[in-house]
Design a protein around this ligand. Structure first.
Ligand SMILES: *[C@@H]1O[C@H](CO)[C@@H](O)[C@H](O)[C@H]1NC(C)=O
Ligand SMILES: *[C@@H]1O[C@H](CO)[C@@H](O)[C@H](O)[C@H]1NC(C)=O
Ligand SMILES: *[C@@H]1O[C@H](CO)[C@@H](O)[C@H](O)[C@H]1NC(C)=O
Ligand SMILES: *[C@@H]1O[C@H](CO)[C@@H](O)[C@H](O)[C@H]1NC(C)=O
Ligand SMILES: *[C@@H]1O[C@H](CO)[C@@H](O)[C@H](O)[C@H]1NC(C)=O
Ligand SMILES: *[C@@H]1O[C@H](CO)[C@@H](O)[C@H](O)[C@H]1NC(C)=O
Length: 685
């Protein structure tokens, strides 16, 4: 429980305030007053000797990869509510920054995101959902900072190599085109652009990119490099004046709150441009609370960006639920505003990009830390965290042991803050549900007659924000619908004339890109289909499969019937499959097991136990050619599977003992065009 100690002369006034607040029904957490002045640390907050670094904001990453995939398919009003919890100022996480993946067609952790240029002469700014998400964020917060970063690139940029720096002009052109398209088609101003996520940078590429941005009149678009570690890029910048000038921000990933000397010597802004990546439990929230303060205190970082923004991908994909909140059930509308949202609010609602950290920030004597920020207009926000080691471990890097224990901390306001009369108090206590509070407003704290100090009793796993701003708010909506499993019977005929999104609901592409497609020549049944549209392997970020695959459904499905119309477009070498019990996705997709039923344009079929096709259960000849529609049916019951082509049984009762469960899927033999229609699945788990 929070206990506030004030000088005896102050007690009556605070007590009066507390009582008033109680009768207004606001303060469920009482402020206990104590006459004893307990021993403890004293911490000065002062701006008379100048200020620290400029604050650049707290944000989230959508993408890297496909982490917002299921969000777009939420029914209203739930989809808007989720967006409000993320972006609406003074409501929830109220993020200052949205960083998105520039879709590059490749697998980038939990799926692929489509490129705006699948092919050399192709340009389309309406694929995927990142454009939509940026617009929704901007609608709620017109000041939100937008960042674009490539993870993978379409294959044609590599000219036969799995490498984006083969033709520097071409890659820069591709990236600048995305920025220009954002403005032209969506009126989105991209503020920052990155190089290549967690992969090598190329000094000449960065210079070419800067020149091309300037040439296009995009001088205001700043460059972040290199979304990897501090050392290499900092050393390169110190050796190369032109490079130093070209880069505005050094962005490092998972810095463990520390930076390096060379990065500081560049004099550039330092950001933790990807961090968190931790299950969004209270421990994840503890991680987030600790690094939001300590990335600045220990490492001078003025921005921290969470991977990922919202966990909107199938939970059994890699890093399930590692988002600030969870929205992974568009079929039910269920979502969870997890505690990292409220930990974010402690900082985001009470400071804005353009505010400055005070120089007087640091660690507390018995563990934990404090930062303070000002707008230079007299406003002050103090954020105090006491996250314990056990309850604040992030997924990476290793966190050396430290001890946090109960303590009294006295904050002494000096300089232009010495006359602040009142501070609003917001409080979070993570951990046991019985004593858990999330972003609770307590009674405000009065600092009468230039006493200029106050004392808090701090326990472990707490967050306090004390601020002159009165705009904070804990937003809420009625509880969303209950969690439900994916529907056990599901079908999609893809008959959408002008789809708002390029991808069909709930299909999560793991290699390749599957888009709504219109056969303009075909007035009949297969006029509208789902088509795999990549015709070559992208420049990969992960180990994409050699086949393309999109998954759907419930990971717990055991017995199921999948039926789908399929159309191979490539004569002789083409092939397609439908599958059940697919047990892996994301960066592990290459090694996915399951039961895969394939047909090939050369007149053969196969049944395999894996996506790669090494484990062959059955094979044979069948009357199949390219450019004809067939209906495939795969039935899996217990330890046996059977397959049908059109209305005829093709193979029956093949033993399939592993895996026991997994998603349904469709896909192609290689990076080849192929179409799918009338997808149907009926399953039990
Ligand atoms: C956007 O920023 C401007 C300038 O800092 C500020 O005046 C305005 O209130 C901000 N708008 C919102 C919606 O936060
Ligand atoms: C603090 O911020 C508020 C809201 O932005 C502003 O109106 C006020 O002038 C600022 N300064 C002080 C001393 O409150
Ligand atoms: C942590 O600090 C408390 C109070 O100083 C002390 O009692 C405890 O033994 C310390 N724990 C460890 C593991 O160092
Ligand atoms: C806080 O203010 C009171 C009243 O002026 C003073 O007696 C006390 O020493 C101050 N505490 C600290 C730690 O400066
Ligand atoms: C048909 O094509 C598949 C995929 O390329 C290949 O594995 C298989 O051996 C071919 N079968 C025949 C009979 O040519
Ligand atoms: C799956 O089918 C097998 C064989 O028919 C049956 O024994 C088993 O109970 C079924 N499991 C579920 C979850 O329906």
């Amino acid at each position: 429980m929070a206990e506030m100690l004030l000088p005896a002369s102050q007690q009556r006034r605070v007590k009066a305030m507390t009582a008033a607040a109680d009768s207004a029904g606001r303060a469920a957490v009482p402020l206990l007053l104590c006459a004893l002045l307990a021993p403890g640390g004293a911490y000065v907050l002062d701006d008379s000797d100048g200020l620290g670094r400029e604050f650049d904001g707290i944000g989230g990453v959508s993408g890297g990869g496909a982490t917002s995939r299921l969000l777009v398919n939420y029914p209203e009003p739930y989809r808007s509510q989720i967006l409000d919890f993320l972006f609406k100022p003074n409501f929830g996480a109220s993020l200052h920054i949205l960083k998105v993946e520039i879709g590059g067609d490749g697998q980038t952790t939990d799926g692929t995101e489509p490129s705006h240029m699948h092919y050399a002469l192709d340009e389309n700014y309406f694929r995927g959902y990142e454009w939509w998400l940026m617009k929704e964020a901007k609608k709620r917060n017109p000041n939100i900072t937008l960042i674009g970063l490539p993870w993978s690139f379409p294959g044609w940029l590599g000219k036969g190599f799995n490498w984006p720096y083969v033709n520097l002009q071409l890659t820069a052109y591709y990236v600048v085109t995305w920025i220009v398209g954002a403005k032209r088609y969506h009126d989105l101003d991209i503020d920052y652009i990155g190089i290549w996520n967690e992969r090598p940078y190329n000094v000449n590429y960065i210079k070419v990119l800067r020149k091309m941005l300037n040439y296009q009149g995009l001088q205001q678009v700043k460059i972040i490099a290199s979304d990897s570690l501090w050392e290499s890029i900092s050393a390169s910048m110190l050796l190369d004046a032109e490079l130093l000038k070209a880069i505005d921000v050094i962005g490092a990933h998972y810095p463990g709150t520390h930076t390096v000397k060379d990065a500081q010597l560049t004099g550039k802004k330092l950001w933790s441009s990807e961090d968190f990546s931790t299950l969004n439990s209270d421990t994840g929230a503890g991680c987030w609370g600790r690094i939001l303060n300590q990335n600045y205190i220990n490492g001078y970082m003025t921005s921290t960006i969470a991977w990922n923004l919202v966990a909107s991908y199938y939970e059994q994909l890699p890093y399930g639920r590692c988002g600030l909140m969870t929205a992974q059930e568009p079929w039910s509308g269920h979502y969870v505003v997890e505690s990292p949202v409220w930990v974010s609010a402690h900082t985001t609602q009470f400071t804005q990009p353009g505010w400055y950290y005070l120089k007087t920030v640091g660690h507390l004597e018995k563990g934990g830390s404090y930062v303070a920020l000002t707008d230079g207009l007299g406003n002050l926000t103090i954020i105090i965290e006491t996250m314990s080691h056990k309850h604040s471990k992030c997924i990476r890097p290793f966190l050396p042991y430290f001890n946090v224990s109960q303590q009294f901390a006295t904050f002494i306001l000096k300089g232009s803050f010495s006359k602040i009369p009142e501070l609003q108090v917001w409080y979070t206590k993570l951990g046991k549900s019985s004593e858990r509070f999330l972003f609770k407003q307590l009674d405000s704290l009065w600092l009468l007659d230039s006493i200029g100090n106050f004392t808090l009793e701090l326990q472990e796993d707490e967050l306090f924000t004390l601020t002159t701003l009165t705009t904070g708010r804990k937003g809420s909506y009625p509880l969303p619908p209950k969690s439900q499993p994916f529907p056990s019977t599901y079908k999609d005929d893809f008959d959408v004339d002008y789809p708002f999104f390029s991808e069909a609901p709930n299909f999560a592409d793991q290699t390749g890109v599957f888009e709504y497609f219109t056969n303009t020549e075909d007035p009949g049944e297969h006029r509208f289909t789902l088509r795999q549209v990549l015709n070559q392997r992208p420049i990969t970020w992960a180990a994409d499969a050699s086949n393309t695959i999109t998954i759907i459904g419930d990971y717990d499905w055991t017995n199921l019937t999948i039926k789908c119309d399929v159309y191979i477009e490539t004569p002789d070498t083409g092939g397609v499959f439908i599958a059940g019990r697919v047990n892996k996705g994301g960066v592990l997709i290459r090694s996915a097991r399951g039961i895969f039923f394939w047909i090939f344009a050369n007149g053969s079929y196969r049944v395999t136990g894996d996506l790669a096709g090494w484990i062959i259960y059955a094979l044979g000849h069948v009357e199949v050619t390219a450019k004809k529609w067939y209906t495939l049916t795969l039935t899996i019951r217990g330890g046996f599977a059977s397959g049908m082509l059109n209305d005829k049984s093709l193979w029956t009762d093949i033993p399939v003992n592993f895996p026991k469960n997994g998603w349904a899927a469709i896909g192609t033999h290689s990076f080849e065009f192929a179409q799918f229609d009338n997808f149907y699945v009926e399953a039990t788990s």
